[in-house]
Design a binder for this molecule. Structure first.
Ligand SMILES: NC(=O)c1ccc[n+]([C@@H]2O[C@H](COP(=O)([O-])OP(=O)(O)OC[C@H]3O[C@@H](n4cnc5c(N)ncnc54)[C@H](O)[C@@H]3O)[C@@H](O)[C@H]2O)c1
Length: 259
């Protein structure tokens, strides 16, 4: 018996949260720090990342912020490398950033222009692939590591809009299985957390009707909160998740069961 549970199960793990300044990324970075990880908080909003890192440090943890743009492959790779330069190793990567600007003009197939497809794929698929590509060789140097991708219920929904986003997120799930199967024998694990609607500050700006419809489509009595995904991320990045690989795990209040 190896008692791994409880606070400190991420002690000595160095983890990059790519998109840790706000929304679910913020809640996740704070949770990872509280469980003992040394956290690199990457975000396009450096002030937000710095604030999260400062909160982790103030609570007795260890964290450093860095600005990066998920639309820029070089800065995404630099974020991952920063972890090794700062903390000496890399054990975990959580691709969690979302780029609201990429959604502009993302409608049905006939109405959506190539530049919108490109923006969605660049932010919501290529950036995740780029970060993982940078992380895997560094993880292999120390015997492996854990990667988490962030997907959306949109990837498996019959949606009549946001064609590029839902296709990009379906690609994220396929990428997850590719990484798990290709590098699993060498100690790399890759899983996706697939969200239903989570009430981040951005989601709270959605029209009331959209929020009401989302609540009506799940079996939970309440909307999802950022902390609802943070605990699963901590588990998957810890040794408790050592035998979980290649999975897409839904956190959605029972949405796929359908009322
Ligand atoms: N919130 C939801 O209901 C929901 C549902 C399904 C899927 N998702 C997906 O989950 C992920 C996280 O969603 P969220 O709602 O927490 O996101 P969010 O919109 O709150 O943003 C998360 C972080 O990403 C950062 N960011 C934005 N553009 C960036 C860029 N170009 N480079 C680097 N960082 C950037 C933001 O500054 C923010 O701190 C996204 O991929 C999103 O598509 C969210």
């Amino acid at each position: 018996v190896t008692g791994r549970s409880g606070a400190g199960r991420l002690a000595s793990k160095v983890i990059v949260v790519a998109g840790g300044g706000g929304g679910t990324g913020q809640a996740t970075a704070l949770r990872l720090g509280a469980e003992g990880a040394q956290v690199v908080v990457g975000d396009i909003d450096l002030a937000a990342a710095a604030d999260v890192a400062a909160r982790i440090t103030a609570a007795g943890g260890s964290a450093r912020p860095l600005a990066f743009d998920m639309g820029d492959p070089a800065s995404t790779a630099a974020l991952v490398k920063f972890a090794v330069d700062t903390f000496g190793r890399l054990d975990g990567l959580h691709n969690i950033a979302g780029n609201p600007a990429a959604h502009a003009g993302d409608l049905d197939l006939l109405s959506t222009g190539f530049e919108t497809w490109e923006a969605q794929f660049r932010s919501h698929l290529f950036a995740y692939a780029q970060a993982a590509k940078a992380a895997i060789p560094l993880m292999l140097e120390t015997g492996g590591g854990a990667i988490i991708m962030t997907s959306s219920a949109a990837s498996r929904s019959a949606m009549t809009t946001r064609v590029a986003y839902q296709t990009a997120k379906a690609g994220v799930e396929t990428l997850t299985r590719h990484i798990a199967s290709t590098y699993g024998k060498r100690g790399i694990r890759c899983n996706a957390i697939c969200y239903g609607m989570i009430m981040t500050p951005n989601a709270l700006n959605l029209p009331q009707a959209v929020r009401d419809e989302a609540l009506a489509s799940i079996w939970s009595p309440r909307h999802g909160r950022p902390d609802d995904v943070a605990g699963l991320a901590a588990l998957l990045l810890s040794d408790d998740g050592e035998w979980i690989n290649g999975q897409v795990i839904d956190v959605n209040g029972g949405r796929l069961l359908g009322p």
